[in-house]
Ligand binder design. Structure first.
Ligand code: NPW
Ligand code: K
Length: 507
């Protein structure tokens, strides 16, 4: 599903107008969707609408009128001067029959019933202060359930950031499509449940807008997902290589290799320093183990182009030897996933990494930083205050590095250098556990080994990782993730209409 920035949503509005949809009708539909949602939770309670002077407030006036016309008790508190209302919002206010009270925290009171937050939506463009901020805080302090119109007021629809203070809604009704701010943190946490209402904007406006951000769902990448074929064989499913750390650092690589194999790579090999060879050989069954010490041996190992995807970084150590291994990997034909220490090793020489990536001409590279690693590797982006929010940061990082950047978190963003981005919202909290990132890196390599394109492979792995964690449930440790994957695959393949090709039943 496309995610529209507030600018793109404005464009959708304009294009809908050009196709004959009147702004007043869109506002009426928006207010109706809000009223319907509020009615479903009223249980005889009154409604207090807190409206601003923009079109978000206009939606609030429509909802107030429709709720009153259905016999519910409705108060309307306006934040700002009524004379500031214009256009469709002024017309909507004109059709509201009840009194318009000047909003104060005291007037909101302690028993406002259900609150409709129609203060700010897509037009919020600066931090809230003064009366609007006091009203946001009063709504939150009231203890009443809040239904937010379009966005919880104070949340930036494009970045998901809190601009000073923000409403904590139990439900948010948005229009046409979700916005990134509904999915990114902390915005998502302020939204409560989400309804996306059809208000009459024709879907074909999207062909002109060409959105670049998407909710990370199978529809985004299922068209290129490697569903195993009955006639396939393990060599056709690729060979993932994970470079192991030394004797007491090999666990991370084992997790990654198991992730690669469970994700569907035909073969997985741990390229391990000799000092850890015996340990790794003893600790693995399906995963092969080969001795590889240092950058030169890695270069030689990867000259066998059947080794077509690899992971470097987990447990690998920070410093010059790791940098040399990364450069050897990037000089190979294999698709490369750089994680953890492979990223931190370039904290002071990021340009060397980016120029090596630039020389790969079309061969996949995926960088998988968490926020600390991101800050170390992309210092320039963090310093540039114009780049606000995780979505734009990931995009800028992808453009700068030439790699697909997977910026981890509970709202993992995957960005391609061409600007496409996915945002995930399916990671359960217990996924924050040691080694989970190693498994993810391996899963990406497992999909790359099966020739999935980089942006889609990274996005798919993030979604699968979240689903596997959710399927396992509380108490999850990273070892559980690869083994929770088959159940997720069964569901995914069934949904894709590619039921697992088991033996044919003959009666
Ligand atoms: N697009 C569509 O298709 C449809 C859109 N619809 C609805 O329109 C909404 C967008 O409406 P919008 O553009 O009028 O902006 P909105 O969010 O009401 O706020 C802007 C007002 O707030 C002010 N202001 C801003 N920041 C401030 C601050 N920090 N502190 C104080 N004031 C601040 C700013 O005034 P300023 O002071 O800058 O003059 C301006 O007056 C959208 O969210 C949806 O609900 C629907 O009707 C259906 C169709
Ligand atoms: K709002």
């Amino acid at each position: 599903m496309e995610l529209l920035t507030t600018v793109e949503m404005g464009e959708a509005d304009r294009l809908a107008g050009a196709r004959g949809a009147a702004g007043a009708d869109l506002m009426e539909s928006a207010g109706l969707a809000v009223a319907d949602r509020v009615v479903a939770m009223l249980q005889g309670r009154p409604v207090t609408v807190v409206a601003g002077t923009g079109n978000n407030g206009g939606d609030g006036f429509v909802a107030a009128r429709l709720l009153q016309s259905r016999g519910h008790a409705v108060r309307l508190l306006l934040v700002g001067d009524r004379g500031k209302l214009k256009g469709d919002a002024a017309a909507a206010a004109g059709r509201w029959q009840g009194p318009v009270e000047a909003a104060t925290p005291e007037r909101l009171g302690n028993t406002p019933g259900v609150i409709v937050d129609a203060l700010f939506g897509a037009g919020l463009d600066r931090p809230v202060e003064g009366l609007p901020r006091a009203m946001i805080e009063a709504m939150n302090a009231s203890g009443a359930p809040v239904v937010a119109v379009d966005l919880p007021s104070g949340i930036n629809g494009t970045t998901g950031t809190v601009m000073g203070a923000a409403v904590e809604a139990v439900h948010t009704v948005t229009f046409f499509r979700l916005k990134p701010g509904h999915v990114l943190l902390p915005g998502r946490l302020h939204c409560g449940d989400l309804t996306v209402a059809d208000i009459g904007i024709p879907a074909d406006v999207l062909a002109e807008i060409k959105p670049r951000a998407f909710l990370n769902r199978p529809a985004l990448w299922s068209g290129v997902f490697p569903v195993p074929k009955p006639e396939g064989h393990k060599y056709g499913r690729g060979h993932a290589v994970v470079v192991s750390g030394g004797l007491s650092f090999g666990g991370a690589a084992r997790l990654a290799a198991r992730g690669a194999l469970r994700a569907g790579a035909g073969l997985a090999t741990l390229a391990t320093p000799r000092e850890a060879l015996a340990v790794q050989a003893a600790a693995n069954l399906a995963i092969m183990v080969r001795p590889v010490d240092g950058a030169e041996e890695l270069r030689g190992f990867l000259s066998d182009t059947r080794h077509n995807a690899m992971v470097l970084g987990p447990g690998g150590g920070v410093g010059a030897p790791m940098r040399a291994q990364v450069l050897a990997a990037l000089a190979s034909e294999a698709a490369v996933v750089l994680d953890a220490d492979a990223l931190t090793s370039f904290a002071d020489s990021a340009d060397d990494l980016f120029s090596a990536i630039g020389k790969r001409a079309g061969r996949a590279v995926i960088l998988t930083p968490h926020s600390g690693e991101f800050d170390r590797l992309f210092k320039e982006i963090k310093k540039n205050l114009k780049v606000i929010g995780k979505l734009d940061q990931a995009r800028a990082a992808a453009r700068l590095s030439g790699a697909v950047v997977l910026f981890k978190g509970a709202d993992t963003v995957v960005a391609a250098p061409d600007g496409r981005t996915s945002i995930a919202d399916n990671a359960p909290p217990y996924l924050a556990t040691a080694g989970a990132g190693d498994v993810l890196a391996g899963m990406i390599a497992g999909l790359l080994a099966q020739h999935m394109p980089a942006f889609e492979a990274a996005s798919a792995a993030v979604w699968l990782h979240g689903e596997a964690a959710a399927a396992f449930g509380p108490g999850l440790i990273s070892e559980d993730l690869p083994d929770a994957l088959p159940a997720v695959y069964r569901r995914l393949f069934a949904a894709l209409g590619a039921a697992s090709p088991g033996p044919r039943k003959t009666l």
